[in-house]
Write a protein that binds this ligand. Sequence first.
Ligand SMILES: [Zn+2]
Length: 116
Amino acid sequence: MGLIDKWLRKYQDDWCKPCKCAMEKTHKQLFALPSMSVGHYVEHKDPKYFREHLYMVEKKADIPAGMYACGAIQYRCPECGKRVTVLDPFLPVRDEEKHEPSIRFEQGELDDLLVR
Ligand SMILES: [Zn+2]
């Protein structure tokens, strides 16, 4: 809960620009990203990559040391109904987290990854 709220404040990913309003958070899920390890992060923007490499986990403690995690949040705009999925890859390091730039998908590319 606290974690998700921190992401929101940091990135303002919940903003629908055309409508100038905050979107509703409809789903959130944590994933492990075993294809990325400490010191070897490469930014990907292809939804196919994430379909192949994200593994759903329950909590951060389930992610082995040195492996990247990826938070995913899906938003829905109450005005225009647009849905946006935002991925937030980060490296869990003790009490800190090293966040990489978040990746937005606005065409429903990853909708079924969060909603099954
Ligand atoms: Zn909107």
